[in-house]
Design a protein around this ligand. Structure first.
Ligand code: NAI
Length: 346
């Protein structure tokens, strides 16, 4: 069903509607084995309700694997709000969404994702405590995107060393698909480390900024995946690695922020056959959830969280060792590794 692997069984899926505000949302709780399901809320235009459901189910399953591999005491969940047509009252929409989150009594904790902001999360606080990713007075919190970008950056650095055999990012060519909240921070980290950037975004102003400020080379959106680079970092939306795109990819290492980059598990196998190392999205992009989880628990401060996110590089190293032993692909090994951690915590 919905292109999900057989073992994907969601504990609970809530369809929340509120005619007064136009809210139509799907809140998917994949697993609470490790703790309350934690994962962001996406506001997006979907062509069909089935497409929205499919996204929510796939994303929430990915959160279970992500939170498990990051050793967080949380399960996996995700919400999608179907973007209302035309003008809508945004605070009212998120108030209604906050009430829907509250109705799950803490089984699901929300935060930002594509299309939602720290202001949306702050607005929800009046309706539910089960929300994170909010700048807080005198306490750690806020936008998880820079932390996500840091996790992707340290993963790329580890991958460049272990897969490409280069000790530094100096002169390494990296293609960035998407210069949004995560992609832009990642571009800055890479630029500071001496990487040469090749970028594309559907938003021309972001591309112009990267060219002007980071010396990036711009390529058309349709050419970024087969740019002549060492590393490819997909930081836009999911399923960018598919039957059509994989045969033309020239990078030898793929590590990016976008969730669900592989359209199907077979695409991971195809990458491996082409000698391309794909670092699984949910392993490398866990920085954001590590940040909002720390915030939610009222723990941490900036330096400690950045250090914890930095340890994603150690997991990349461990994954690549496991891949050699298992003679399998990074995607399949990471799936097995994460699933082995989907157990109840005391
Ligand atoms: P965003 O919406 O700020 O950025 C996405 C960017 O991709 C935008 O600039 C958009 O114009 C661009 N884009 C869209 N379609 C494109 C295409 N076909 N080609 C090139 N560019 C395109 O989103 P954000 O927060 O940066 O997230 C990016 C990805 O990372 C998403 O898949 C998200 O689910 C994932 N992610 C984000 C986290 C976070 O902390 N924000 C955490 C973990 C994953």
């Amino acid at each position: 069903l919905f292109g999900l692997p057989e073992q994907a069984a969601h504990e609970r899926v809530l369809l929340a509607t509120d005619p007064a505000t136009g809210l139509k949302a799907i809140l998917a709780v994949h697993s609470t084995a490790r703790g309350p399901a934690f994962g962001g809320c996406r506001l997006w235009h979907y062509d069909t309700e089935l497409a929205a459901l499919n996204d929510a189910l796939r994303l929430s399953q990915g959160m279970s694997l992500k939170n498990a591999l990051a050793d967080l005491p949380f399960g996996g969940g995700k919400a999608v709000i179907l973007k209302p047509q035309g003008d809508f009252d945004r605070p009212a929409l998120f108030a209604a969404f906050g009430r829907a989150v509250q109705s799950l009594n803490g089984a699901y904790i929300t935060a930002e994702d594509v299309g939602t902001t720290t202001a949306d999360m702050r607005g929800m606080q009046a309706h539910t405590p089960f929300v994170s990713g909010i700048p807080r007075e005198g306490a750690f919190g806020g936008d998880p995107s820079p932390k996500t970008a840091w996790g992707v950056f340290v993963s790329i650095r580890a991958g460049v060393r272990l897969v490409l055999g280069r000790d530094s990012l100096d002169g390494v060519r990296v293609a960035l698909q998407g210069l949004g909240a995560v992609g832009w921070h990642l571009a800055e980290f890479l630029h500071q480390a001496g990487a040469q950037l090749v970028v594309a975004d559907v938003d021309a102003t972001k591309v112009e900024r990267a060219v002007a400020q980071l010396g990036a080379q711009a390529v058309p959106v349709g050419e970024i995946l087969n740019a002549d680079v060492d590393v490819l970092a997909p930081c836009a939306l999911g399923a960018s690695l598919n039957e059509q795109t994989v045969p033309a990819i020239r990078a030898r290492l793929i590590a990016g922020a976008a969730n669900n980059q592989l359209a199907t598990p077979a695409d991971g196998d195809a990458l491996q056959r082409r000698g391309i190392c794909y670092l699984p999205d949910y392993l490398v992009n866990a920085g954001g959830i590590i940040s909002v989880a720390r915030e939610y628990r009222g723990e941490g401060e900036e330096t400690a969280v950045m250090a914890e996110v930095g340890r994603i590089a150690e997991r990349v190293e461990e994954l690549l060792q496991r891949v050699q032993v298992a003679d399998s692909t990074p995607a399949r090994v990471a799936d097995d590794w994460a699933r082995s951690k989907l157990v109840r915590m005391v």
